[in-house]
Write a protein that binds this ligand. Structure first.
Ligand code: TMP
Length: 179
C-alpha cells in the first residue's frame, strides 16, 4: 500500500489453479464424502481445482497438474507450503476475534525475475472466498449467506470487518451499493 488510495501491483503469470485449504468439513467436501458440516478434520487438507468456469472448476490431482503442465512439482510444494502458512496466520487472526476459519480458497502466480519464477500469493482473502463461522454459535459470516439465501450478507461481512478492527460502523447502503 502506497497510501490510502494507491497500491503498487506486481504483474504475475497466474497459475490456473484454485487452492482450497480446509480445517472443518463443509461445502463440497461434506457432500463428496458424506461428512456432517462442522466436523473437525483430522488435519488441514489442501485440494487443487482447475480454474475453468465452463467445466465447473473440476478437482484435479498432482498427476493432472504436472502432466498438463499447469504447475511443476516444485511449484505445487511451494503453493502447499504458502497455503499452510496463510492458514496458520488466518486461523490465528480470526480465532482471536471469535471466528472459526472453516476453509478458504487462494490462487497463486509466478513473479518472473530474469529467468527465475517465484510463486507468490495472487488473490484477495475475504468472506467471498472463505468460510467463516462464529466460534460460539457457528453462525455463518461469509458468502454462504448469499449462496444459501440466508440473508444479512452485508451485516455479516460488516461484522467480520468490525471484529478485525477494519470497519467501525455499519456502512450506509444506497441503491444497490456499499458507500
Ligand atoms: P467448496 O466447499 O464449495 O469446495 O468451497 C471451498 C472453499 O473455497 C470455500 O471457502 C469457498 C471457496 N470457493 C471460492 O472461493 N471460489 C469457488 O469458486 C469455490 C467453488 C469455492
Amino acid at each position: 500500500r502506497l497510501n490510502l488510495r494507491e497500491q503498487l501491483i506486481k504483474e504475475l503469470e497466474i497459475i490456473p489453479l484454485e487452492v482450497v485449504c480446509r480445517n472443518v468439513a463443509a461445502g463440497s467436501l461434506s457432500q463428496r464424502f458424506g461428512l456432517p458440516e462442522g466436523q473437525a478434520l483430522p488435519r488441514s487438507i489442501i485440494e487443487f481445482y482447475l480454474k475453468d468456469d465452463k467445466l465447473g472448476d473440476p478437482m484435479v490431482t498432482e498427476e493432472h497438474i504436472t502432466a498438463f503442465n499447469w504447475a511443476s512439482t516444485q511449484e505445487i510444494d511451494d503453493m502447499m507450503a504458502l497455503t499452510l502458512r496463510v492458514n496458520d496466520f488466518l486461523t490465528g487472526t480470526f480465532g482471536a476475534v471469535g471466528i472459526t476459519l472453516v476453509d478458504f480458497k487462494v490462487e497463486f502466480g509466478r513473479l518472473w525475475e530474469n529467468d527465475f519464477a517465484r510463486v507468490i500469493l495472487a488473490d484477495e482473502i475475504s468472506p467471498d472466498s472463505c468460510r467463516l463461522w462464529d466460534t460460539q454459535t457457528n453462525e455463518k459470516l461469509d458468502k454462504d449467506r448469499f449462496r444459501r439465501d440466508l440473508g444479512d450478507v452485508i451485516e455479516s461481512y460488516t461484522e467480520v470487518a468490525r471484529r478485525l478492527g477494519i470497519m467501525k460502523e455499519m456502512p450506509t447502503v444506497i441503491q444497490g451499493g456499499l458507500h
